[in-house]
Write a protein that binds this ligand. Structure first.
Ligand code: SAH
Ligand code: SF4
Ligand code: F3S
Length: 439
């Protein structure tokens, strides 16, 4: 039985990054342990939880839009409760009530797991909780994204303070989980049948707990668990070491995919962003990865229109994109985040200018992504079956070692199976293939 008599069922909507997905899972576990029941449909829920993102203005607008819809739901059902948790709750705190007075609970990134206490008003737990330093790192459980894939958080928060970024403010200082706990979390997911695990952190490369650094952590996870496929996100170019490249090259269970955000291809802009690397040192990592691994998928994040970015500097970004030849990229228009260092700079690239640069960048990357995918043709990729494709239920969807989506037709395979797929054709975003049947 749930401790709050009015609330029995809850529904969670997650915005933002994988860290939020992982947190939503932990929150759901905490809630169910306390007797609340998770439901898949909002109409069945007594409590709607929004786990929110603040990384760009658009991300926040999406939450505001959702809250507008919820206001209407609440009019028809005044008993309905709403909790806004995570990054945007952290950033705005009580201020959120000005735009959305119908929100009942606001819990920041360190405190969302205390939601049941707030619901039950334990020791007068207030309905707005955003103070840092209350977190219990031990309760953070590994989370399943699907029955066969999952996330294990290795660190929370970020110390980098890239000048454009809100994450260090809303997530707080970087703190690492112990290697023992991480190994234990991986083991428990594997015991539940998970075949692919992603280790998560804002900057996995700066991981350090006592004497264990990130390459050593990977080694421990590989040596001390039976996880068939291991991934990690996100790598930061300033901290990615040669030892990491060596271990990816040596260990077949670590998947050959590195997400390495470049952000800008101009040294002056990188400096102003506070990224801590140059184009040259970035390219050295790429060369080292390509030299050491027969096959590696490299993806990135890019921002256009950062304050003072000139047309020429934008062209330099295009040039680095041409040189690296990313398999795919997340590309964004710069968005001012209040309170960050860059918010003090004049946002001097016009919106039209940003849109034009973004379009140009996307069309270049689309062409390169297409060409990179053509190179997959005839290759055999061990892929995890995820389920039916979105468009056609007869077509199955799987994920390759390089984290690409491949569509194929087959019978007698189930989600979670790892199957050999020969790539037969490809477009810019998807591969197509056929399953190789062993004799
Ligand atoms: N910790 C990760 C990802 C952080 S957020 C990293 O350092 O790479 C994901 C991406 O959002 C960033 O890589 C960046 O490209 C983008 N981003 C962050 N703040 C932004 C802002 N203010 N405007 C536009 N894009 C932003
Ligand atoms: Fe933000 Fe930079 Fe930290 Fe990534 S490394 S979360 S971009 S401050
Ligand atoms: Fe992630 Fe967005 Fe927070 S990107 S860390 S959910 S601000």
């Amino acid at each position: 039985m749930a401790g709050n008599k009015q609330i029995c069922t809850f529904h969670i909507t997650t915005f933002g990054c994988q860290m939020n997905l992982a947190d939503s899972s932990t929150l759901a576990t905490t809630m169910t342990t306390r007797g609340y029941q998770r439901v898949n449909s909002e109409v069945d829920a007594d409590l709607l939880i929004l786990n929110t993102c603040s990384v760009r203005d658009k991300a926040e607008q999406r939450v505001i839009g959702r809250l507008g819809e919820i206001k209407r739901l609440k009019r028809n059902n005044p008993q309905l409760k709403v909790a806004v948790v995570g990054c945007m709750a952290q950033r705005l705190g009580e201020e959120l009530l000005k735009v959305a007075p119908h929100v009942d609970y606001i819990l920041g990134t360190d405190r969302l797991f205390e939601l049941p206490d707030a619901l039950e008003n334990i020791e007068g737990a207030p309905s707005v909780m955003t103070a840092f330093g209350h977190e219990n790192m031990d309760i953070i459980v590994p989370s399943k994204e699907t029955p066969f894939s999952g996330f294990v958080t290795i660190s929370r928060g970020c110390d980098n303070f890239c000048t454009y970024c809100i994450v260090p403010y809303v997530r707080g200082r970087e703190r690492a989980h112990s290697a023992d706990q991480i190994v234990q979390n991986v083991r428990s997911l594997v015991a539940e049948g998970v075949v692919e695990i992603t280790l998560l952190g804002q900057n996995v490369n700066s991981y350090r707990h006592n004497h264990t650094d990130f390459p050593q952590l990977l080694e421990r996870v590989i040596n001390e668990t039976d996880v068939p496929r291991l991934r990690f996100m996100t790598s930061h170019p300033k901290d990615l070491s040669e030892r990491l490249v060596e271990i990816i090259a040596r260990e077949p269970r670590i998947m050959p995919h590195v997400h390495l955000p470049l952000q800008s291809g101009a040294d002056r802009v990188l400096e102003k962003m506070g990224r801590g690397y140059t184009v040259e040192s970035y390219l050295k990592i790429i060369e080292s990865l390509r030299r050491s691994l027969d096959y590696v998928v490299i993806t990135t994040d890019l921002i256009v229109g950062f304050p003072t970015e000139t047309e020429k500097e934008f062209e330099q970004t295009l040039n680095v994109v041409r040189r690296v030849r990313y398999d795919s990229a997340f590309m964004f228009r710069y968005s001012v985040r209040p309170g960050t260092i860059a918010a003090g700079y004049e946002d001097d690239v016009s919106e039209e200018g940003k849109i034009r640069r973004l379009k140009k960048l996307i069309s270049l990357q689309q062409k390169i992504g297409y060409e990179q995918n053509q190179r997959e043709i005839n290759q055999l990729r061990q892929s995890i079956v995820e389920g039916a494709s979105r468009r056609d239920s007869k077509v199955l969807r799987a994920r390759t070692e390089g984290n690409k989506t491949v569509l194929f037709e087959a019978e007698n395979v189930s989600p979670g199976d790892i199957v050999p797929i020969r790539i037969t054709s490809a477009d810019a975003y998807t591969l197509h293939g056929r399953m190789e049947v062993s004799n």
